[in-house]
Design a protein around this ligand. Structure first.
Ligand SMILES: Cc1cc2nc3c(=O)[nH]c(=O)nc-3n(C[C@H](O)[C@H](O)[C@H](O)COP(=O)(O)O)c2cc1C
Length: 163
Protein backbone atom coordinates (compact mmCIF):
# COMPACT_ATOMS: atom_id res chain seq x y z
CA UNK A 1 0.00 0.00 0.00
CA UNK A 2 1.69 3.27 -1.11
CA UNK A 3 1.77 6.06 1.46
CA UNK A 4 2.28 9.84 1.05
CA UNK A 5 4.45 12.00 3.34
CA UNK A 6 1.47 13.46 5.26
CA UNK A 7 -0.05 10.07 6.04
CA UNK A 8 3.38 8.70 6.93
CA UNK A 9 3.89 11.64 9.32
CA UNK A 10 0.47 10.98 10.89
CA UNK A 11 1.34 7.30 11.41
CA UNK A 12 4.66 8.27 13.01
CA UNK A 13 2.88 10.49 15.57
CA UNK A 14 1.71 7.25 17.20
CA UNK A 15 5.31 6.41 18.11
CA UNK A 16 6.01 7.74 21.63
CA UNK A 17 9.58 8.84 22.26
CA UNK A 18 11.84 10.71 24.63
CA UNK A 19 13.23 14.13 23.72
CA UNK A 20 16.87 15.13 23.50
CA UNK A 21 19.04 18.07 22.54
CA UNK A 22 21.79 17.05 20.14
CA UNK A 23 24.78 19.40 20.28
CA UNK A 24 28.06 19.70 18.44
CA UNK A 25 31.18 21.86 18.37
CA UNK A 26 33.26 23.02 15.42
CA UNK A 27 36.22 25.02 16.74
CA UNK A 28 34.75 27.88 18.79
CA UNK A 29 31.30 27.39 17.32
CA UNK A 30 28.65 25.45 19.23
CA UNK A 31 25.19 24.55 17.97
CA UNK A 32 22.35 22.16 18.74
CA UNK A 33 18.78 21.17 18.00
CA UNK A 34 15.93 19.15 19.49
CA UNK A 35 15.95 15.51 18.39
CA UNK A 36 13.54 12.68 19.15
CA UNK A 37 14.98 10.27 16.57
CA UNK A 38 17.63 8.89 18.93
CA UNK A 39 18.26 5.23 19.63
CA UNK A 40 20.76 2.86 21.16
CA UNK A 41 22.33 0.73 18.41
CA UNK A 42 24.89 -1.57 20.09
CA UNK A 43 25.81 -2.37 23.69
CA UNK A 44 29.32 -3.67 23.06
CA UNK A 45 30.81 -1.50 21.73
CA UNK A 46 28.38 1.25 22.83
CA UNK A 47 26.87 2.84 19.72
CA UNK A 48 23.91 5.16 19.17
CA UNK A 49 22.08 6.58 16.16
CA UNK A 50 20.50 9.97 15.57
CA UNK A 51 18.50 10.97 12.54
CA UNK A 52 18.73 14.61 11.37
CA UNK A 53 16.99 16.53 8.64
CA UNK A 54 19.58 17.09 5.90
CA UNK A 55 18.68 20.79 5.80
CA UNK A 56 19.31 21.35 9.49
CA UNK A 57 22.33 23.38 10.51
CA UNK A 58 23.09 20.78 13.16
CA UNK A 59 23.40 17.97 10.59
CA UNK A 60 25.80 20.10 8.51
CA UNK A 61 27.96 20.96 11.50
CA UNK A 62 28.10 17.36 12.76
CA UNK A 63 29.33 16.29 9.31
CA UNK A 64 32.21 18.76 9.61
CA UNK A 65 32.92 18.33 13.31
CA UNK A 66 32.72 14.52 13.40
CA UNK A 67 31.18 14.53 16.86
CA UNK A 68 27.91 15.15 18.71
CA UNK A 69 26.41 14.86 22.17
CA UNK A 70 22.90 13.65 23.00
CA UNK A 71 21.39 15.31 26.08
CA UNK A 72 18.26 13.47 27.23
CA UNK A 73 15.70 15.93 28.63
CA UNK A 74 13.87 15.68 31.95
CA UNK A 75 10.12 16.27 32.37
CA UNK A 76 10.65 19.92 33.41
CA UNK A 77 12.71 20.83 30.30
CA UNK A 78 9.98 21.31 27.65
CA UNK A 79 11.00 24.98 27.31
CA UNK A 80 14.51 23.87 26.28
CA UNK A 81 13.04 21.51 23.70
CA UNK A 82 11.01 24.37 22.17
CA UNK A 83 13.99 26.72 22.25
CA UNK A 84 16.28 24.25 20.41
CA UNK A 85 13.57 23.51 17.83
CA UNK A 86 12.77 27.12 16.88
CA UNK A 87 14.54 29.05 14.13
CA UNK A 88 13.74 32.28 16.04
CA UNK A 89 16.14 31.31 18.81
CA UNK A 90 18.84 29.91 16.52
CA UNK A 91 21.49 32.33 17.80
CA UNK A 92 20.45 32.27 21.46
CA UNK A 93 19.74 28.62 22.16
CA UNK A 94 22.53 28.25 24.71
CA UNK A 95 21.78 31.53 26.51
CA UNK A 96 21.83 31.05 30.30
CA UNK A 97 22.49 27.32 29.99
CA UNK A 98 25.08 25.55 32.11
CA UNK A 99 27.24 23.38 29.88
CA UNK A 100 30.44 21.37 30.24
CA UNK A 101 32.48 19.09 27.99
CA UNK A 102 33.46 15.42 28.31
CA UNK A 103 35.75 14.06 25.55
CA UNK A 104 34.78 15.41 22.12
CA UNK A 105 34.08 19.03 23.10
CA UNK A 106 30.39 18.85 22.18
CA UNK A 107 28.36 20.80 24.78
CA UNK A 108 26.98 18.67 27.59
CA UNK A 109 23.85 20.31 29.00
CA UNK A 110 23.30 20.00 32.74
CA UNK A 111 19.97 19.09 34.31
CA UNK A 112 18.87 16.26 32.02
CA UNK A 113 18.59 12.52 32.63
CA UNK A 114 21.53 11.29 30.53
CA UNK A 115 24.32 12.60 28.32
CA UNK A 116 26.11 10.67 25.56
CA UNK A 117 29.29 12.17 24.10
CA UNK A 118 29.93 10.60 20.69
CA UNK A 119 32.35 10.44 17.77
CA UNK A 120 30.79 9.89 14.37
CA UNK A 121 31.79 6.45 13.02
CA UNK A 122 29.35 6.22 10.08
CA UNK A 123 26.89 8.35 8.18
CA UNK A 124 24.08 7.22 5.91
CA UNK A 125 21.89 9.37 3.68
CA UNK A 126 18.25 8.39 4.28
CA UNK A 127 16.02 10.37 1.91
CA UNK A 128 15.60 13.88 3.31
CA UNK A 129 17.40 12.88 6.53
CA UNK A 130 20.89 11.71 7.44
CA UNK A 131 21.55 8.97 9.99
CA UNK A 132 24.66 9.34 12.13
CA UNK A 133 26.11 6.37 13.97
CA UNK A 134 28.04 7.52 17.03
CA UNK A 135 30.58 5.71 19.17
CA UNK A 136 29.91 6.66 22.80
CA UNK A 137 33.17 8.06 24.22
CA UNK A 138 31.71 9.14 27.56
CA UNK A 139 28.30 9.14 29.21
CA UNK A 140 26.52 10.12 32.42
CA UNK A 141 23.14 9.20 33.87
CA UNK A 142 20.97 10.53 36.68
CA UNK A 143 17.57 9.62 38.10
CA UNK A 144 14.44 11.58 37.26
CA UNK A 145 11.32 11.71 35.13
CA UNK A 146 11.64 11.96 31.33
CA UNK A 147 10.13 14.46 28.90
CA UNK A 148 8.07 12.50 26.35
CA UNK A 149 6.73 13.36 22.89
CA UNK A 150 3.57 11.79 21.50
CA UNK A 151 0.98 12.78 18.91
CA UNK A 152 2.55 16.20 18.36
CA UNK A 153 2.73 17.21 22.03
CA UNK A 154 4.79 16.82 25.19
CA UNK A 155 3.76 14.24 27.78
CA UNK A 156 5.04 13.08 31.14
CA UNK A 157 4.72 9.66 32.75
CA UNK A 158 1.56 9.07 34.75
CA UNK A 159 2.05 8.82 38.51
CA UNK A 160 2.27 5.15 39.53
CA UNK A 161 -1.07 5.44 41.38
CA UNK A 162 -2.80 6.53 38.11
CA UNK A 163 -1.38 3.70 36.00
C1 LIG B 1 9.93 17.28 19.94
C2 LIG B 1 10.76 17.55 18.70
C3 LIG B 1 11.52 16.54 18.15
C4 LIG B 1 12.30 16.76 17.00
N1 LIG B 1 13.05 15.74 16.51
C5 LIG B 1 13.81 15.95 15.42
C6 LIG B 1 14.64 14.89 14.91
O1 LIG B 1 14.68 13.79 15.45
N2 LIG B 1 15.40 15.15 13.80
C7 LIG B 1 15.37 16.38 13.18
O2 LIG B 1 16.08 16.55 12.16
N3 LIG B 1 14.61 17.40 13.65
C8 LIG B 1 13.86 17.22 14.76
N4 LIG B 1 13.10 18.25 15.25
C9 LIG B 1 13.13 19.56 14.56
C10 LIG B 1 14.40 20.39 14.82
O3 LIG B 1 14.66 20.50 16.21
C11 LIG B 1 14.24 21.81 14.21
O4 LIG B 1 13.99 21.68 12.83
C12 LIG B 1 15.44 22.72 14.45
O5 LIG B 1 15.03 24.07 14.28
C13 LIG B 1 16.64 22.49 13.54
O6 LIG B 1 17.63 23.41 13.94
P1 LIG B 1 18.96 23.75 13.11
O7 LIG B 1 18.57 23.91 11.64
O8 LIG B 1 19.47 25.03 13.72
O9 LIG B 1 19.91 22.61 13.31
C14 LIG B 1 12.30 18.05 16.40
C15 LIG B 1 11.53 19.09 16.96
C16 LIG B 1 10.76 18.83 18.09
C17 LIG B 1 9.95 19.96 18.70
Amino acid sequence: MPIGPDEFKRCMTRWASGVSIVTTRLGERIHGMTVSDFSGASLDPPLVTICCNRESRTAELIAEAGCFAVNVLAADQAELSDRFASSKTEQSRFQGLETEVFETGSPIIRGGLANFDCSVVARHQAGDHVIYLGSVEAARVRDGEPLLYFSGGYRVLAAEDDA
